[in-house]
Design a binder for this molecule. Sequence first.
Ligand code: ZN
Length: 287
Amino acid sequence: MKPLLLESRHLSLNTATLGPRHSLQQAVEGCVKYGFGGIAPWRDKLTETGLKQACRLINDAGLRVSGLCRGGMFPAGTKRERADIRADNYRAIDEAAALGAECLVLVVGGLPPGQKDLASARRQVEDGIAGILDYARAARVRLAIEPLHPMYAGDRACINTLAQALALCEGFGEGVGVAADAYHVWWDPDLPAQLHRAGRGQRLYACHICDWLVPTRHLLTDRGMMGDGVIDLNEFCRTVDGAGYSGLYEVEIFSDGGWWQKSVDETLGTISARIKALNAAEDNNEH
Ligand code: ZN
């Protein structure tokens, strides 16, 4: 397979990587300073900054928006809750449209509290997406289902593999694809085939990278910096590229005890250095 040499301009910074202490403005300034091609804000950063100001900051910096995090969280115990969830997803779609985001990432939700019927939760996800799809299409916002590692099936996402996500997408037709996050899908024996399936169907909307630490001490907030864990990220990114992906490689590191404690410069400087190291490894493979 041909080598994939990533540069900073191919990267996007997911604002979760800087943690809660840093503002959207700091994230944008960091992206500009380190030459990143894009940014992927979480909605809390939009609320904090104000949507108009957020759009202005990002546009003025000339950054792409590789995705907005997040919509979804569809399963719920009552009709009323489901209606509220749908309304919130409409707002997320409006925000994604305002930002010109390349997709709205859907973390689809797990079991409603007190329930054990996983099949029903999965049906609710399908119904939930069906319920917002026309609205998203009208707004020209692509919906990217992000399959999450199965350890999140109870509370965050009952769509857990790319195959499962793609089966859903294919049922919906246009405007629904996947976000392939290395943290969630690296272990999947069917990963290369599913990435290619996504690529063939023009459904590979986003690619998130970080690393899997051994041991992982917290399900949510102990992700690793690229190179500190066990994921073969060269292989992963090369497969994503080979599947026809043309978007940015979005760095998304939830790291409460680690990177969230560091300065923007330290984190973005390290990301840039690690991308160079990945490229060096890629070069070595060639010879
Ligand atoms: Zn992700």
